[in-house]
Design a protein around this ligand. Structure first.
Ligand SMILES: [Zn+2]
Length: 126
């Protein structure tokens, strides 16, 4: 199987895990669902069956021991690291940061941009 196809399967597995995680979070923390279960209990007097949380999908066996495979600039050899992340690359070849996600993070980045434009103080001179 080609490394591209392996990486595609790894990403698909992570995506499926995130979906299952979202469903599990909803089932475990939904107030609406809890209220429905309580009202069911109060109306019928029967204890509702325990919540069945969906299982995470099985890790694709072909992705076990997968390597990063990114081409090194200097030697042209593929990276042999097996500590890969969601995108199928190691920490050194994961690509550029996509920037802050939350509003607070974006505001902090803008503040840092503003501070960066101001002349720097020399903190070691008094
Ligand atoms: Zn790598």
């Amino acid at each position: 199987m080609s490394p591209l196809e392996l990486r595609r399967r790894l990403k698909a597995w992570y995506l499926a895990c995130e979906r299952v995680d979202a469903v599990r979070q909803y089932l475990a923390h939904s107030e609406e669902l809890a209220e429905r279960r309580i009202s069911l209990y109060l109306d019928t007097g029967k204890i509702p069956p325990p919540l069945v949380l969906p299982d995470y999908p099985e890790f694709p066996p072909e992705c076990v021991g997968m390597i990063c495979g990114a081409k090194a600039k200097s030697t042209g050899e593929p990276c042999k690291s097996t500590q890969i992340h969601k995108n199928g690359r190691c920490k050194f070849h994961g690509g550029l940061s996509t920037g802050p996600k939350s509003l607070a993070g974006k505001l902090a980045a803008l503040e840092n941009l503003r501070l960066g434009r101001e002349p720097h103080r020399d903190v070691y001179k008094s």
